[in-house]
Design a protein around this ligand. Sequence first.
Ligand SMILES: C[S@@+](CC[C@H](N)C(=O)[O-])C[C@H]1O[C@@H](n2cnc3c(N)ncnc32)[C@H](O)[C@@H]1O
Length: 215
Amino acid sequence: MKTPSSVGAPAFPSGAETERTEAHARELAKQALRKRELASALQTDLAGCERILLEPGCGHGHWLADFAAAHPRTTCVGVDLISWRIRKGNDKKAKRGLPNLFFYKAELGEFLEVLPANFRLDRTVFLFPDPWPKARHHRRRMVQTGLLSEVARRTDRGGEFCFRSDDRPYFDWTVEHLETHPNWQIEESAVWPHETETYFQGLMDAYFSVIAKRV
Ligand SMILES: C[S@@+](CC[C@H](N)C(=O)[O-])C[C@H]1O[C@@H](n2cnc3c(N)ncnc32)[C@H](O)[C@@H]1O
């Protein structure tokens, strides 16, 4: 008689299952290598400057390059999923000679996973992040309760979380998540850290901004 755990389980994996398992193992190995390389680049590039301004989804790095030029004592780190956008950011760094500016091709969650614990986020700035308008895609938005908790864990009291979007529903979502989060307090009077048009800002007629402080 079959035991409950063996019911429905084939005695030997089929060819397709073996292929799926091997593909999964290859993906995990690639992910592990990617994380090791990122961790080592962070340790080398950012040695000695453990307080950073982070821009997740930095795109071509317009805003960050401009901010870095205006604030040479701030270490600015931009992260984006798309390689050619990171290349454009690095071109700006080279052209403008900005030793305090760094770009990494990475997914935000993965970046935070490998960012060494001693690095503190003085400011985290989101500019026109993808809004994922369909309800079934909301889980893909970068701003989530877990992300706010992770950023809060790495931010000292008084540090800032800045968010700007042309998409009203995503803006409202972010405000609601900040209002219900115990570690963030919206500061109506806070001033946007630096005004310069991002690529996406230039395409928009209107946008909404919110700044919260770590409490
Ligand atoms: C609409 S663009 C905005 C780019 C830039 N901030 C601007 O205002 O021009 C959103 C960017 O976020 C990046 N992105 C989306 N999800 C991401 C994630 N989970 N981690 C890192 N980057 C992400 C995309 O590749 C894209 O470049």
